[in-house]
Ligand binder design. Structure first.
Ligand SMILES: [Mg+2]
Length: 297
């Protein structure tokens, strides 16, 4: 036991020296993350400009940069734009549409403030203030299948009794359907009530299992989104969709930060994608402290 512990410490120390020695490759960093709990560091890049060209920090929005459905704290926003952006490229990737991401990020021209902004998992993509991509679920799946699926969901939801039910049970987005058993127009208190009820009764998990059973042949994926809903989208249209744009720009390290990284969460795929170095966070302040550690800020 002691020997095993010693060799692990030695391995980590050796790795630490390796990382410190140079701005090491993405693959080596990946190995570090998989083999130890030592935080992956970016150090000794030749210059800040070097780091901006080679390294990107890609952030989930809800729960990662903002508290759930809240607007970003000024302190976190200033940290991203004034402290971090001069040192590295910054991207946002959210499941919400551009309007909601803009609101949560404090308004203004969000797509110009950050180097990359990927709304709806990247189906709407911006780089340096310009739109570089757009895709839609209806174009991909076709109206007939879409309606069959929506009708099925409304039928399933009509049979559920919950603590409260409000409105907007199916929200149609460009690249996904957001299915919400309590209804998206619920109040903050009703949202909390549903979240607790869902934790105990597994409403969303059971619904997802049912949809998987009945609609796997549609090529659809299902993920728990936020506190109250389920995201439904074509296979591969999770947050990994946005990575195609970053691959083209040849980043050596793509650091992804997200709060829903466990299986079934909407950050799970991108967190585990071999192209990224994943960082699991628990709150906006945890995100900030992990970034501070990573960059020695
Ligand atoms: Mg999140």
């Amino acid at each position: 036991m002691q020997i095993a512990r010693l060799s692990r410490v030695t391995w980590i120390n050796a790795t630490q020296r390796l990382v410190s020695a140079s701005c090491i490759s993405f693959h080596a960093l990946r190995a570090v993350r998989l083999k130890s709990d030592f935080p992956t560091r970016i150090s000794n890049c030749a210059s800040a400009m070097d780091s901006r060209n080679k390294v990107i920090c890609l952030f989930d929005v809800d729960g990662t940069l903002t508290r759930p459905v809240q607007v970003i704290d000024t302190e976190i926003k200033n940290f991203l734009l004034s402290t971090l952006k001069p040192k590295t490229t910054i991207g946002l990737v959210g499941g919400s549409d551009m309007k909601k991401i803009t609101h949560q990020m404090g308004g203004g021209d969000v797509w110009k403030e950050y180097d990359y902004v990927f709304a709806e998992n990247g189906l709407v993509a911006f780089k340096n203030g310009e739109q570089i991509g757009e895709q839609s679920i209806q174009a991909f799946i076709g109206e007939e299948k879409l309606q069959t699926f929506i009708n099925y969901c409304l039928g399933y939801l009509s049979k559920l009794t919950l603590p409260v039910k409000r409105g907007t049970f199916v929200e149609f987005r460009k690249g996904m359907l957001n299915i919400c058993p309590v209804g998206r127009s619920c109040s903050q208190d009703e949202r909390v009530t549903f979240t607790e009820y869902d934790r105990e009764h597994k409403i969303r998990e059971t619904f997802v299992a049912d949809m998987k059973k009945n609609f796997s042949h549609y090529g659809l994926s299902f993920a728990l989104g936020g506190q109250i809903s389920i995201d439904v989208f074509p296979n591969g249209w999770d947050k990994t969709y946005c990575l195609q744009y970053l691959e083209k720009d040849n980043f050596q390290e793509i650091h992804f930060f997200g709060d829903k990284t466990d299986a079934g969460g909407n950050d799970h795929e991108i967190f585990n994608d071999p192209r990224t170095i994943g960082h699991k966070v628990t709150s906006p302040h945890d995100t900030k402290s992990q970034v501070v550690k990573l960059f020695n800020l």
